[in-house]
Design a protein around this ligand. Structure first.
Ligand SMILES: *[C@@H]1O[C@H](CO)[C@@H](O)[C@H](O)[C@H]1NC(C)=O
Ligand SMILES: *[C@@H]1O[C@H](CO)[C@@H](O)[C@H](O)[C@H]1NC(C)=O
Ligand SMILES: *[C@@H]1O[C@H](CO)[C@@H](O)[C@H](O)[C@H]1NC(C)=O
Ligand SMILES: *[C@@H]1O[C@H](CO)[C@@H](O)[C@H](O)[C@H]1NC(C)=O
Ligand SMILES: *[C@@H]1O[C@H](CO)[C@@H](O)[C@H](O)[C@H]1NC(C)=O
Ligand SMILES: *[C@@H]1O[C@H](CO)[C@@H](O)[C@H](O)[C@H]1NC(C)=O
Ligand SMILES: *[C@@H]1O[C@H](CO)[C@@H](O)[C@H](O)[C@H]1NC(C)=O
Ligand SMILES: *[C@@H]1O[C@H](CO)[C@@H](O)[C@H](O)[C@H]1NC(C)=O
Length: 821
């Protein structure tokens, strides 16, 4: 019934609506604003034509929806559009009460009132309403309450909010608004600090605000800290069976700590015999209940919160118990005529104090038996076994807690030991690639086992060494077969050992051993023990390098055989770590490197320092790679004077002599060409420059200490006129100069080539690198350095002349160690 009626009405109304397509124009649009979830009244009113009430129909349209959302006609249930069920009703004359507002309700609404008996030209009544649905802000992304950062790292806090109108997001730090900058970026609400500094640590607020309200989210930014153990475990002593508690309190930011316990460096969770008796409390404390004798050991607690490296703290747990016998062998043998041991297997904590012995049911006091001693592990040692030592023995150990009992009865039998019937000779000397047989044989009751081993613990060659019936045969002897060998004869009664030396001749020498190094500021003295030389005289090559520079190249020095086993390297850098190794060689070639040892040169006494001395006690100027220490003051009053023999440059020593001057360099140049220099000039404050071409020159003087260089003196200049030299002399000089220059160019080209070749070779593999030793350059004479520096002798010496007025001579202290070409 009712349904039928409403259907009719709906059809009727739709008819009406269809007739009245189009919106009323020229309505004055009203604006209505309401909050999300609340109610809004969309106003609409009308007047009857001429004030006379007539039937009418009300339609509410929403822009964008074809069918009216609400149609009212007196006496009929209203039509309600989809999605408006229970949310629309009329209020007042024709106003619409829209409840439980949703965001999509925002839009333009039109109210149309039609009178049934109107004339076509009559104006329609109604209204036009804009509805705004506002919402206060709400966070869609909220930053966390606490954020941990490391100084220097990036911090990103994400914050986003919804609401109508769109809320604005502002960031505050410690209540001060944050602005964008080079280090801070704020992008769609999110805050990024690229490099966190101390000043960025604090309380941050993200505020979202629109016309309907404002909300905030607080974030504390805290410097993250690795876990730190505040109360470490302490050494603990417990009686077996008691419970033990090992504390490990720690703090950290963030505090999400994990604790891990290790027993003797193994994770306890892996130790099934222990883990079942342990509990780790949330505060990190380790409980062991009950303790057992084998729990004694080192306990390590490790804490970690994911930041930095885990921290560890350790303590010892000592579980004490009465002394006990762990094992009683039923039979023990003693070798007649040799020394023997009657064993008592004891375990005790604290250690046992004494052990009571009985033999054949009578107390047996070792002290009252000649040649019988108690060993520190509880066993009895018999110096020389006789038949009377045979019998039934029982041992009972005691410590501070007493004893848990005695051992079972152990039968001790005295028997003849095995004997060697054939022993190897004392030494075998064989050439490489030959074969050696070292015989060994023995008998005994029970039948002894016989085998060979190397004294140094290395394995016998698998394919070349054959043991047969006690004999050891090694085929195609190699260098590594050289060494001491032992033949072992063994049965239950005794183990007998005899040894022999196998010398393998005709090989490269064996690696030197026991390399030690002693250092001073500029030198290092190496000593080593020569190993077997392969039956040819051996010599050595010392390899050394500076450790502080990454991959710094090895330098090598050859040592003459007569200087063997100690050698001093000069002209090292002070206060620097070096690596050394010794290579032996004989006519057959290079042996092996000794183990590498390290040594650090001592610091140089800057102020009191005297020149270092070389192997002959001659002083030299060391080559300093990294100048350091106090600098001398500059030389004063530099003068240049033309004399008969050339230009005389003189100066006064620095006024302040606190830093001693070791030598000077005079620098000169024409126009603005690079500076060239003369020196080092020792024990003099003048320099005679002989062969200078005419021109305008500048001069300056530097004072050097052994480790550093001071500032330049003030410059003086001088113009050298061509006519100041006689023509003939000038020619001679020119010839000399040209000759000299050619010589130097040739020398430089040669050495550059050589250095290049050397460098190329250096890059090759290690064995090949050794070839550089034979490179024909004076690069690595003892003390020499590729940087062109070298110790220049100061005292007059056989082969090193004082450089009177020529360029610094390149003589070095001529130590015996030289490159072999
Ligand atoms: C409403 O209709 C009446 C009668 O037709 C007319 O007088 C009046 O002006 C209309 N009002 C509006 C707002 O159009
Ligand atoms: C609108 O409708 C709601 C729910 O029916 C009612 O609580 C509210 O009073 C109405 N508002 C007006 C102005 O009629
Ligand atoms: C703990 O015991 C070990 C070994 O017994 C010892 O070296 C260490 O000094 C002891 N530590 C403390 C704090 O007593
Ligand atoms: C602890 O929390 C920090 C930061 O939240 C995280 O980086 C770390 O991995 C966590 N550590 C552990 C052990 O869970
Ligand atoms: C006691 O020490 C001796 C000598 O060091 C050893 O031969 C013996 O095996 C040890 N005894 C036990 C039970 O370990
Ligand atoms: C072991 O060497 C000895 C002496 O050289 C020899 O008499 C004996 O036959 C060798 N035994 C075997 C099994 O080779
Ligand atoms: C050489 O070194 C070994 C092992 O380091 C040592 O046992 C030996 O006593 C040393 N020899 C000398 C003579 O220093
Ligand atoms: C060095 O020069 C200074 C100033 O230029 C001058 O006072 C002083 O007398 C000179 N000393 C000597 C010894 O010439």
């Amino acid at each position: 019934m009712f349904l039928n009626k409403s259907c009719q009405v709906a059809a009727l109304l739709l008819c009406f609506w269809a007739l009245n397509t189009g919106y009323p124009h020229k309505y004055f649009a009203e604006k209505v604003t309401a909050l999300l979830g609340e109610d809004a009244v969309l106003p609409c009113s009308f007047e009857f034509p001429k004030g006379v009430p007539v039937p009418y129909i009300i339609q509410w349209h929403k822009k964008g929806i074809k069918i009216p959302i609400y149609i009212w006609y007196a006496g009929y249930p209203p039509h309600i559009g989809e999605g408006y069920d229970g949310r629309v009703s009329l209020t007042g004359q024709a106003s619409l009460n829209l409840t439980d507002l949703q965001e999509h309700d925002q839009g333009t609404y039109t109210c149309i009132v039609n009178f049934f008996d109107r004339s076509p030209d009559q104006k329609r009544n109604g209204s036009l309403v804009h509805l705004f649905v506002h919402a206060p802000p709400h966070f869609s992304i909220k930053p966390p309450d606490v954020v941990y950062v490391n100084i220097g790292e990036k911090l990103a806090l994400f914050c986003a909010a919804g609401g109508t109108p769109d809320p604005d997001i502002t960031w505050y730090m410690d209540n001060i608004p944050l602005n964008e900058g080079s280090n801070i970026k704020i992008n769609r609400g999110s805050l990024e600090i690229f490099k966190v500094r101390e000043s960025h640590i604090g309380d941050y607020v993200c505020r979202a605000r629109n016309s309907e309200g404002s909300i905030v989210a607080n974030t504390k930014v805290i410097v993250a800290g690795p876990a730190v153990i505040t109360v470490p475990p302490r050494n603990l002593t417990k009686l077996e069976g008691d419970k033990a508690e090992l504390i490990c309190e720690a703090k950290a930011l963030p505090a999400n700590l994990t604790h891990r316990w290790l027993f003797n460096d193994k994770d306890i969770s892996q130790l099934t015999w222990l883990v079942t008796r342990t509990v780790v409390r949330t505060d990190g404390t380790l409980f062991i209940n009950p303790t057992s004798a084998e729990d004694s050991g080192l306990y390590t607690c490790e804490v970690f919160n994911g930041i930095g490296t885990p921290e560890r703290a350790s303590a010892y747990l000592s579980v004490e118990y009465p002394a006990r016998v762990t094992y009683s062998p039923t039979i023990q043998y003693l070798p007649l005529g040799l020394s023997g041991i009657i064993r008592c297997y004891v375990k005790a904590n604290p250690p046992f104090l004494h052990i009571k012995w009985s033999k054949d049911n009578r107390p047996f006091d070792p002290k009252s038996h000649h040649g019988v001693f108690s060993l520190s592990n509880g066993s009895l040692q018999i110096q020389r076994v006789i038949h009377e030592h045979q019998g039934w023995y029982v041992c009972t150990p005691y410590n501070a807690y007493g004893t848990t009992g005695k051992s079972n009865k152990m039968e001790v039998l005295v028997r003849d030991p095995p004997i060697f019937t054939i022993k190897p000779e004392e030494r075998y000397q064989q050439r490489v690639n030959s074969k050696v047989t070292m015989p060994c044989h023995g008998t005994g009751q029970p039948k002894p086992d016989i085998h060979w081993r190397r004294t140094d613990g290395k394995q016998l060659s698998r394919d070349r060494a054959i043991q047969s019936n006690g004999n050891l045969t090694i085929r195609t002897l190699k260098k590594e077969d050289h060494g001491r060998y032992e033949c072992v004869l063994q049965n239950d009664i005794a183990i007998l050992v005899t040894s022999t030396l196998l010398i393998v001749e005709g090989t490269t020498p064996h690696a030197p051993t026991n390399v030690t190094v002693e250092t001073s500021a500029f030198s290092a003295s190496l000593s080593w023990l020569p190993a077997y030389d392969g039956n040819y005289p051996q010599s050595y090559v010392i390899w050394y390098r500076l450790l502080e520079q990454a991959e710094s190249p090895w330098r090598t020095i050859r040592v003459d055989p007569d200087e063997a086993s100690t050698f001093t390297i000069y002209n090292l850098q002070p206060n620097s770590e070096y690596e050394f190794r010794v290579l032996s060689r004989n006519t057959l070639g290079d042996g092996m490197f000794s183990p590498t040892v390290r040594g650090k040169t001592t610091p140089w006494d800057f102020l009191g320092g005297v020149y270092p001395t070389d192997a002959y006690g001659a002083t030299y100027i060391p080559t300093v790679q990294k100048p350091s220490g106090p600098k001398p003051s500059p030389p004063r009053n530099v003068t240049v004077q033309e004399t008969e023999n050339g230009l005389l440059i003189s100066w006064l020593p620095p006024l302040n002599q606190k830093v001693p001057v070791a030598f000077y360099y005079v620098e000169y140049r024409t126009q603005s060409k690079p500076w060239k220099r003369w020196g080092p000039i020792k024990h003099a404050t003048s320099y005679l420059a002989k062969e200078l071409a005419p021109g305008h020159y500048n001069f300056r003087v530097y004072a050097y200490s052994i480790m550093s260089v001071g500032q330049a003196s003030s410059e003086v200049s001088l113009t050298l006129a061509a006519e100041s030299y006689e023509v003939t002399k000038s020619r001679a000089i020119t010839a000399g100069v040209v000759g000299g220059i050619l010589f130097f160019i040739a020398a430089i080209v040669l050495s550059v080539c050589a250095v290049k070749i050397c460098n190329k070779r250096k890059r090759r593999k290690a064995e090949k690198a050794y070839m550089m030793v034979t490179c024909p350059v004076a690069e690595a004479r003892n003390g020499g350095h590729s940087h062109g520096g070298s110790p220049s002798p100061i005292k007059k010496r056989k082969r090193a002349n004082e450089d009177g007025g020529t360029l610094a001579s390149d003589h070095r202290p001529d130590q015996k160690a030289e490159y072999q070409v």
